[in-house]
Ligand binder design. Structure first.
Ligand SMILES: *Cc1c(COP(=O)(O)O)cnc(C)c1O
Length: 229
């Protein structure tokens, strides 16, 4: 089942790339495995997945310990400062940095462990009260502040779009995130690149790819519904 789902999602990504005139190698499919047992991650691993996304630090650590070390782990969920130490040195990227205080904690831990940490700044493009991430207006300032932390490297922006029936409804959100990245890129801030846009989930990843996503985060479309366990 997971192998078939993956083939389907990969084909959809390739088709979206063709429509947008993009190279499919420019899109990383992150398999969002939160709540799913290690056996299912193994199945995805055997089908070629090397990028996994988790939204809870301790669950990520458990799976990190259980699975091969060539996996790139992505922290995509809201992160509390007291959990940062579990992730630094283990994850390839933290997608959900939404405050200077969190970034400072990552810096502290990175210094202690003598490692560099790649992050994305989370933006609440739609301004939903239920979502994490700063507003578009606040993002530039946050990026400028985090840029001063020597072991923390901003690689781009991330957003969680609203849940919608028709994915076209989120096209404007993805376009806004890309425009914001372009605007920030133009400022040529030291220690900041805007190459990675992490956007698009099961319901809307094709639209996100058409709008320039570098990472799509797909859970249900690969592992099935999380409510029927
Ligand atoms: C759960 C989650 C996803 C995946 O959602 P699906 O709709 O199952 O694809 C993507 N991004 C974040 C931040 C998530 O928490």
């Amino acid at each position: 089942m997971i192998g078939d789902n993956l083939a389907y999602v990969r084909q959809n990504i390739a088709d979206a790339c063709t429509r947008a005139g993009r190279d499919a190698d420019g899109v990383t499919l992150i398999a969002v495995s939160k709540t799913k047992p290690v056996e299912m991650l193994w199945e995805a691993y055997e089908a070629g997945v090397r990028d996994f996304g988790e939204n809870r630090a301790l669950e990520l650590v458990d799976k990190y310990e259980a699975l091969p070390k060539d996996i790139r782990w992505h922290m995509i969920g809201h992160l509390q400062r007291n959990k940062v130490r579990y992730l630094v040195g283990r994850v390839a990227m933290i997608h959900s940095v939404d405050s200077l205080r969190l970034a400072q904690e990552i810096q502290k831990e990175a210094e202690k462990k003598q490692v560099q940490v790649d992050i994305l700044v989370e933006v609440n493009v739609a301004g939903e009260a239920s979502k994490f991430g700063g507003s578009r207006e606040d993002t530039l300032q946050l990026v400028q502040e985090i840029a001063l932390l020597p072991s923390v490297h901003i690689k781009g922006l991330m957003t969680v779009a609203p849940y919608v029936q028709n994915p076209e409804e989120n096209r404007g959100i993805f376009r806004n995130l890309r425009q914001l990245a372009v605007d920030i890129e133009r400022k040529s801030i030291d220690n900041v690149s805007m190459n990675v846009l992490s956007m698009g989930m099961t319901g809307d990843y094709q639209v996100a790819v058409e709008e320039g996503a570098a990472c799509v985060r797909v859970g249900t479309g690969i592992f099935g519904d999380r409510t029927v366990m």
